[in-house]
Design a protein around this ligand. Structure first.
Ligand code: NAP
Length: 460
């Protein structure tokens, strides 16, 4: 534990940070609570001024913010800039649409009239991961601040500079003190925050283990929670897929963000007729990626976020092989400074191999050969996870049929353009519950209140 910036490209320690004392944490919770008392009374238009300003700051400072992210967790610089722009767009999207999403909704009872209104509930606590250091924050800040809640966030231990930079944006945007609070706190203090009666909801994005622990704590306190957890998404290739198109998406789907994406394509399930050709081309494309400095725009393979992440991934590959998997590409760390992993393909991963049910959070693809569409769907569904998935076919109606039969929160046909501000994001099973983004994302932490008027006498 602890908050440290270490550059995974060369292993150099950039900065360490001291965690908050319990007294400092208490003061911050008190400030956020006081802030809510005035923020909840602001109109949507007043809130939008600040949220739009934060969006503009992110846009204007995209280079600087991206640079911090690349140094702290190794994201390739072009992807880092894209993430900052996307985060800015998410904030602007909620500034524009919150009033519409949360407008009172007329109901039509048999007697009298009624409506639902959506009111903020208080201080929301977010616990967020390092893999998209700004996007994960924007995904909670945009909707929940526009809804009239205020936010306190514990970010991951390895991205404290990004966490602090995001908090500063809100201060600079003119947000009142306590509107958005970054918390450098321990896991134990996280429990204290969840237990605190002034905290009214808990949003986690992270691993299944963290989800079990934090959802349980929120549950004990009868607080609403949303859980965005891991995934092992299937990438289904049917016999009529366009291979040129499909292999490009396969590479992007597995390798974007160094393979460290919850809804990355992780299980490549290919129908017999195309299996050999797909594997050959996928292998060649992954093998051609060149490791280098993630600050250099020409680099096609960056480091993993931390040395610990690399060590864990190598161990998972070792265990998979010990249980019968075959390595047909890569499998090792790259012989150079920094936390680099060879792009890797595993085949022959059978049920009973821990890899069959695991999430590989890095550049490791599992390849499965199946006889037909039905077998592909059955295998895709044989997973503890249920986040996303994709299907590649020239027949769009067939793609939609297959998408309907795969048990996940999101399915993509002939692409895996996972995330847009206007599209709900989230999963089922061990991938968690609740949705972020879109209209649904802003409904997670509001009181949906019924108000009814009826001119009737009380029954005697
Ligand atoms: P992680 O270890 O669960 O960490 C995520 C956050 O939870 C960090 O801030 C971490 O803090 C905190 N945390 C972990 N255990 C905790 C505990 N017992 N008490 C309090 N806080 C705790 O996840 P990760 O390995 O960094 O991130 C990758 C995982 O996130 C993957 O499984 C990925 O699939 C998932 N993910 C899901 C989504 C989605 O939208 N579904 C998006 C991105 C990532 P520390 O860093 O201080 O430990």
């Amino acid at each position: 534990m602890g908050y440290q910036s270490v550059n995974p490209f060369d292993g150099k320690l950039l900065q360490t940070f001291v965690e908050l004392s319990d007294a400092q944490l208490e003061a911050k919770i008190a400030t956020a609570t006081a802030c809510f008392e005035s923020w909840k009374h602001k109109s949507y238009a007043e809130r939008a001024v600040i949220v739009n300003k934060a969006a503009a700051i992110m846009h204007d400072r995209a280079d600087e913010l991206a640079h911090i992210m690349t140094l702290e967790m190794g994201k390739r610089i072009n992807e880092a800039r894209g993430e900052v722009e996307f985060s800015s767009n998410i904030l602007a999207y909620y500034a524009k649409n919150a009033a519409k999403f949360l407008a009172p909704e007329e109901l039509h009872p048999v007697i009298g009239d009624a409506h639902m209104e959506s009111t903020p509930i208080g201080v929301i606590f977010g616990v967020e991961p390092w893999n998209f250091p700004y996007y994960q924050l924007a995904r909670v800040a945009g909707p929940h601040l526009m809804a009239g809640n205020v936010l306190m966030v514990k970010h991951a231990g390895c991205v404290p500079q990004c966490a602090i930079a995001f908090e500063k944006i809100w201060i600079e945007a003119g947000g009142p003190v306590g509107l958005y609070t970054n918390l450098l706190i321990t896991h134990e203090q996280t429990e204290t925050v969840i237990d605190d009666p002034r905290i009214k909801g808990v949003a986690l994005t992270g691993s299944v283990a963290a989800g079990r622990s934090i959802a349980a704590r929120a549950g004990q306190n009868l607080k609403p929670s949303s859980m965005e957890l891991g995934g092992s998404d299937a990438f289904i290739v049917l016999d009529d897929a366009d291979l040129d198109h499909t292999v490009k998406w396969a590479v992007w789907g597995r390798m974007y963000n160094g393979g460290q994406t919850c809804c990355a394509a992780k299980r490549f399930i290919v129908v017999e007729a195309l299996a050999d050709k797909f594997l050959e081309r996928f292998k060649a494309a992954l093998g051609a990626l060149k490791a280098g400095d993630p600050l250099d725009e020409a680099t096609t393979l960056g480091p993993l976020s931390t040395e610990a992440a690399l060590v864990q991934l190598l161990e998972q590959v070792k265990v998979a092989v010990a249980h019968g998997a075959k390595v047909v590409l890569g499998g090792k760390r790259i012989d150079r400074p920094g936390s680099f992993m060879q792009p890797t393909i595993l085949t022959d991963v059978k049920p009973g191999n821990p890899a069959f049910r695991d999430e590989f959070f890095g550049p490791v693809a599992m390849f499965f050969r199946v006889k037909n569409e039905d077998e592909a769907i059955a295998l895709a569904n044989d997973s503890d996870f249920g986040l996303g998935g994709s299907v590649f076919t020239k027949d769009i109606a067939r793609g939609k049929r297959v998408a309907s039969r795969v048990e996940t929160g999101m399915m993509f046909i002939n692409n895996i353009s996972w995330s847009d501000a206007e599209l709900p994001f989230g999963g089922i099973k061990d991938s968690g519950y609740g949705r972020e983004l879109g209209d649904m994302g802003i409904q997670e932490f509001v009181n949906k209140k019924l108000v009814r008027y009826a001119a009737v006498e009380a029954p005697v």
